[in-house]
Each structure stands twice: as C-alpha cells, then as structure tokens.
Design a protein around this ligand. Sequence first.
Ligand SMILES: C[S@@+](CC[C@H](N)C(=O)[O-])C[C@H]1O[C@@H](n2cnc3c(N)ncnc32)[C@H](O)[C@@H]1O
Length: 628
Amino acid sequence: MAIKYIPYFPNTLEGQAVLDNFVRTKRVLRYNGNDAVTEHIRRGMPLYETELQERVGKNENGNLVLRGECLSACAYLKDKGITVDLVYIDPPFASGADYAKKVYLRRNPKVAEAIRQAESELDIEELRSFEEKMYGDIWNKESYLNWMYENLMAIKSVMSDTASIYVHLDWHIGHYVKILMDEVFGEDNFRNEIVWHYTNKMSGSTKPHDFVCEHDTIFRYSKSENYLYYTISEERDEPVMQSKRVKIDGKNMRARDEDGNIIYELSTEKKIKDVWTIPYIASTDSQRVDYATQKPEALLERIIKASSDKGMIVADFFGGSGVTATVANKLGRKFIHTDININSIQTTRDRLLAAKAEFDMLEIKDGVSLYRNPVQTMERLKSLIIGLRNEDALDEFWEGSIIDSKYGMTPVYLPNLMDSTTRMLDKPLMNEIIHKAIPDLPDETKRVIIYYIDIDDPEEIQRFIKEHGNPLIEIELRDLKQVLDNVVAEDYAEWNIQEARDGLFNAWKVEIIQFQSDRVRRKIEEINQKNQLQVLQQKAKGKEKTFSPIIISDEGLETIEWISLDCTSAEKDAPWQSDSEIKIDKSGYVIKNGVKTTEYWDACIISEHKPLRMKIRNICGDETVFVI
Ligand SMILES: C[S@@+](CC[C@H](N)C(=O)[O-])C[C@H]1O[C@@H](n2cnc3c(N)ncnc32)[C@H](O)[C@@H]1O
C-alpha cells in the first residue's frame, strides 16, 4: 500500500483521448447512463517505501539506480526534494512487440572435461540458450496515452526550472505524444523534433511498396523559457572553406580584410542540427550489453552535452541498459536510472561498476514483489491462482474463472501489472466492475473475485459495494500480494571455503560445489516442453525434425551468471557491499570486479578478506543471498 499519494501539479486525469484536448484536472467518476459527476478522486504519484539494496563506492554524489516504476520513482524524488536537470526517456513505443532477453547457459567448470568432447554440440545455440520475456509493448492508444500523460506529469513535477526533457519515440505513437507534450509542457516550450537517422538497422516488416523507415523521433521540450542549451558540433566529412564570422556590436557578421574582402578559413567542424546520423550499435561493438532496445552512447552524449553542465543531475526513468547513466557518469554528471525490469537494473549495475561509477541501488517496495518483471509476473500469477482457467463465456475484463462447488463459475479479475493505472482498486474501478462488468456476466453468476494490489480505502470500497452492488452477486476482494509472496523460492548452493594465497597476498577462496535453481529448471522444462510440442507438430505435417532438449548438469553451475562476496556484513538483509565479484559471460569467460579476462571460470571466487555473505545471480536474473 502506498504510504501516500503525492498529487501532480495541477491534478490528474482519466479517460479522454488526448486529441479532445480535455482538461484533465481530476479523475472523474460517472455513473453508468447518467452523466452527472458524483465523485472526484484526486490522483497522484504513489509514494512507497524504498530499500537500499547496495551501495557501490562512497557515492558522495548521490547517484541512484532505482528499481520501480517511473511514477513511484518520481514520487520518491519529490518526497526527498530532489529535482533533476535533464531527462531523457525512451519509453515503450507502443510498438506491438514483446521484448525478450536471450538467456545463455554458461560453461560448467565441473564437467568441462566431459563437455570438451561434446564441445561442438555445446556451440549449438539452441542447446544452450532460451528466451525470456522482459516487457510487453502492446497497448491500445488511449491507455498508452493516459499512462504516458501520468508519467509526463510526474516527471515534470521533479524537473528543475531550467531542465529539458528529451522523449524518444517513433512513428507508432510519436505524433500523439507530441500533442500530449504540448499539453503537459506547453507549446511554447517545444524546442525541437530531433530525427535520429540510423542506416544500419535491419528494417522491420516494411511492405515492399512502402518506404523503409530509417529514423526515430526525439521530442525536446524545456520546463520553462529559461533553459540550458549549448551548441554542439561534429567533425565534417570533408573540411570546407567558410567565411570567417566575427561579432560586431553584438551582431554575428562576416569578417573582412582591410580592403573589404570577405575572409575565408578552413572549417573542419559543423554545428549539429536536428537530424542526427548515428549508427545503431553493431553486434561486435564493446558497448553492447545484450539489452534488446539498447541505444548508442553517441546519442546520449549529444543530448547530455547540449542540455546540461557538469555536476548536474541527468535522469532516465525508462533506463533499460543504463546508457544514460553510463554516459552521464562519463561526462561528469550525476545520474538517476529507473526501470521496472530486474534485467535492466542488473545490466546497468554491472555496466556502471565496470565504468567505476559510484551509486546507490534502491528498490521501491511497491507492494508487488515483481517476479523479474511485470510480464513474467503476470504469466506466473495465472499459474499461482489455484483453479484459475480461461473462460470463453467471459469478456476480456476478466482474467478467467474458478469453478467452485458452492458458487459455480466464479469470474476472476486481475489487475494488469503492465498498466500501473489498474494497480489501485479505487471507486472508479469498483464502479466499472459494478455497473459495466458485472451486468454483462452470465445470469447464473453468484460471485466474482477481485484481486487488488493497492486499495484506496478498504472500508469505503466495502460501503460502496453495499450501496451500489447487486445483492445477488457477492464481490470478494483478495490481496494479490499474498499470492505473489508465495512465488519466491530461493535458490540453493553448496560451497567450500578455505584460506589460500593469491600470489603474494592472503586470500579467501570460495569454491561452488553445487547450485540449484528451481526457477531456472522450471523455465527450462517449460521451454523443452514447448519445443518438443513444436517438433511433434512439424512432424505431423511430414517435416523432418528432431527434438534436442536443453539439459542442465547435476551440479547446475552453468546456471550461474554472477557471484559476489560481502566481507563487511553478515546480516542477511543488510545492504549489499560487493568486496569481490565475478561475472561469467555467455562464452564462459570471467569478468572480475568489472574487468574482462580471457580465463574460463574455475568454479571459484576469491576475496582479500573473509567473506561473510555470498550473493549468487542465476542466468535468469534471480539473486539469492547465502550467509557463509
Ligand atoms: C525502450 S526500453 C529503454 C532502452 C534504453 N533507452 C536503452 O538504451 O537501453 C524501455 C524500458 O522501459 C522499461 N519500462 C517499461 N515500463 C516502465 C515503467 N512504468 N517504469 C519504468 N520503466 C519501465 C522497460 O523495462 C524497458 O527497459
């Protein structure tokens, strides 16, 4: 439950398509068939508790990596009185795609010998990798725009007066968001529409008779008239002769010699205008971190140099691979990175650590212990609610139904974790349930189950149900968090620890003997079952196909991605202090404390001092802490 709601300035919204230019001052509750406004509900940014997970370095600059939604991150900043000087966001584009991460089994050092013989087999990508969904980008336009409106309002409320915002989109939804931004920031504060022109990206599904798309759009707005802007230049392909410019009486004029002739000089640089030609990151580029929607550092370099000074705070509330934070840090700015996806947080952490950045990692306790990310949590949820099944007789408002011996078919409503506006069970939602969803149910319905994450005021909601509900249909409210709390089964590890010498120094060596992750095994079982089914279907069509399952060894060491030792605190829930860490890349090479090596992992990790706790991240991104 949110501690409080911090209202936006002015207030907020619901409902209307943006192009109506509706004044969204309040969320309005209307009764079905009756236009009279009977209730106003003030909405804002939900402020949740936060937990410090890890401090990397001393972090005197207050850099932040926040796991949580954009809205709750803004509430946190507002509550702490932190304002930001530059915002870049590259939110989901409403592209209609599901973004996935490729997960690779690592090389198991314990069975390296046996594997060597079968090495050629191991190189077959399908036998050692699978995909996991990270986030869905499938929206209807209106809910996307309402969601975006809330986010933009929240972001604006934490921007300093001289701050600028860059919003990166493309043809899917960009034009609508431009209008929305005019509304939120004011048309007068529109500064540029930047075209990011890339030439080396595989074109999507362009039809043969359409032009191929080769650009994204970045809208630049300022919070006020008084904003920072620095001209930035790039090198010309070929130097050109240009007339020399001088300032005379404050005016920019051509320079002339004593005889009045224009003076020319060789120009090697040119001002950057609003079309930016920057290539996509090549697959071999060292900045690649395997994040599906990763943007090039060069893009962020321009933005940060043009609109901020050293020491200023640069924020990205949809931070993904951490490109904004990384470049901001490199250019001497402070950074705030937010994302809901655990994979983004881990990728960014590791990327920043390798760049020797200092920062705090915070988790926003938004009431839902999200299972890696909202898409996967939604998928898990459906399997966790006992008896929940698809029900053809119900419309899409309902997730499915449970068959109950007393009540018969019981429709079940689940909030959509990908859409923060459905997280709160408030009167408008209850009104929709009572007046729109329930009347459409089959006549024999006697009970419905409504799951919620956050509830506005439980007693008031119950009163509302009593007053307006159908007395013949029971409405049962259930807390979704209790279902989610049962989700997390921690991973299991066995290890040996011994004092050893590391060159000239004394050291502690931890050797991992066994690592078992139910979560990874279950995922692989699911993938194997799916693949087997596909092969059977292909065979049924007469196609030659064989099924080769992904196999994990008994030791399970190939399911480890990262290990860290904390030699400072033995308390299980204390913030993490990584005194030594290794990451195993997808080819099996070790990255030690952020530095790449050409060594294969030998199942060990070494620290200078006695380790008190060990954290292991599995290849899907779940982390478990073991007290040593
Ligand atoms: C297009 S990607 C950003 C890519 C990033 N610019 C980069 O270069 O790596 C969008 C990101 O938004 C995150 N996201 C989606 N909804 C969010 C929300 N409500 N709050 C915070 N992050 C969100 C996704 O997890 C994803 O990482």
